[in-house]
Design a binder for this molecule. Structure first.
Ligand SMILES: Cc1ncc(COP(=O)(O)O)c(C=O)c1O
Length: 428
């Protein structure tokens, strides 16, 4: 019998993931979570995309332990430290420069994804002198007020307590199906002085919508969006907090699309070790901040600098890791397609890109039942989407093929059980 007394007595009712996975975890390694009773689960949630290199990655852990033992700074406000110097140099050399982004500077915005979204929006408004921002249906950008205003999710928006303003919501790629060109629609609205859309400072977009249900924009749509931004003098902010850091098979989700965002937000797997860390990447000419104008106590998580730099050096100096992500993405997709063809393509379909994949179910109850069934058999997996209808696979990118096989076998059986129960219920 599990004992959750301390949590139930002392933790706010706001807690949520623990309700889907009612066990107490004690350890974690790679793609595995281990409870205090010693039961192992394969982790297809991975800190909602924060553990791309797995739990306690040994390379990152070693770098962190060495740093701790040498009494390296933990907290440094935004002072110059050796750890930050190494992070900046490595990030520039290994990630930015080879991707044609050597002209970007880094703003340390505070530890969470929402912090970097707030900073990005604020900067876009400051630079352009405009208030309005375009964001998309089913976009998710965080739960602080500015980030929430650009977020679509009704459940989160409902808790804001104040009006969420200065945003025009537009339909994301394929929102109305593949026959409706949502870019032309936006162009018409933006070109019409009487459309009621105030000239926007920026567009904020996820290239693959993580929380919104793994809706993936095509390269063509992203290129047209970039063109639209140039035409209407709006800054293009790519929120790569969930889709970045290798999740789609390249470091940035957009890097093979031939687009150049003006501002990029990164967080989640940036530290690589699950340490809180977020940045805003700003094209140098847009870096119009006054010193300290956007402030925050926790902008210098030096432990995150150490593990992030170690991750860049270890995983990103060659394209070997990216290729392995692309290969594993294909394996997972194939296994998902098999589930879909077994259960019935009328009911299910595969969504997403790279290792950001999911199976869309007819409704949220079915998806939740699949996740519950999978959890019973040793797989931690969650849903996303506007009706929580997508069973979302967000496993660590370092997961082994053997673990993928085991997890997909569990998932396959979970779908079979849930759908056979549904057939039984309908028949009775
Ligand atoms: C694309 C995207 N942007 C922003 C956020 C907010 O990040 P955080 O929860 O760290 O504030 C998230 C979180 O899931 C996200 O997926």
């Amino acid at each position: 019998m599990q004992n959750f007394e301390q949590f139930e007595k002392h933790e706010s009712g706001i807690r949520s993931y623990c309700r889907s996975f009612p066990v107490v975890f004690k350890q974690a390694r790679g793609a595995e979570l281990i409870t205090r009773e010693g039961k192992a689960y394969i982790d297809f949630l991975a800190g909602a995309g924060t553990l791309n290199y797995g739990h306690n990655n040994p390379v990152l852990k070693k770098a962190l332990i060495e740093y701790l033992e040498a009494d390296g700074l933990t907290h440094g406000l935004d002072m110059y430290t050796e750890a930050k110097e190494r992070f900046l140099e490595t990030f520039h050399r290994v990630i930015l420069e080879p991707r044609g982004m050597g002209n970007f500077v880094v703003q340390f915005s505070g530890p969470t994804g929402s912090n970097s979204v707030e900073a990005a929006l604020k900067l876009a408004r400051k630079v352009t002198g405009r208030q309005n921002v375009i964001s998309f249906t089913n976009g998710f950008h965080g739960c602080t007020i500015g980030a929430l205003a650009v977020t679509g999710n009704g459940h989160h928006r409902g808790a804001s307590g104040v009006p969420l303003t200065d945003v025009s919501r537009m339909p994301y790629a394929n929102y109305f199906g593949d026959k409706v060109n949502t870019i032309s629609m936006m162009d018409k609205l933006l070109s019409d002085p009487s459309s009621g859309i105030d000239k926007p400072a920026a567009v904020i977009v996820e290239v693959v919508q993580g929380e919104g249900g793994l809706n993936a924009a095509s390269a063509e749509w992203m290129r047209k969006l970039e063109k639209l931004c140039r035409k209407h003098e709006m800054l293009l902010i790519v929120d790569d907090i969930q889709a970045g850091c290798g999740r789609t098979g390249t470091f940035f989700s957009f890097e093979e699309m031939g687009i150049k965002p003006d501002i990029v937000t990164l967080s989640k797997s940036l530290s690589g070790y699950g340490l809180p860390f977020a940045v805003v990447l700003i094209r140098r000419d847009l870096d119009q901040w006054e010193p300290g104008e956007h402030n925050g106590t926790f902008r210098g998580n030096n432990h995150a600098f150490v593990t992030a730099a170690a991750a860049f050096e270890h995983f990103w100096k060659t394209d070997e890791f990216a290729k392995s992500v692309q290969a594993k993405g294909k394996i997972i997709k194939e296994r998902m397609q098999r589930i879909v063809s077994k259960v019935g393509p009328d009911s299910l379909f595969v969504k997403g890109r790279g290792m950001m994949l999911g199976i869309s179910c007819p409704d949220g109850d079915t998806a939740a039942a699949v996740c519950r069934e999978a959890f019973k058999h040793g797989l931690v997996i969650e849903t996303s989407g506007n009706h929580s209808q997508v069973v979302k696979c967000l496993c660590p990118l370092v997961i082994t093929e053997e673990q993928i096989d085991k997890a997909m076998t569990i998932l396959d059986a979970a779908f079979a059980t849930v759908f056979s129960e549904q057939v039984k219920t309908q028949a009775s």
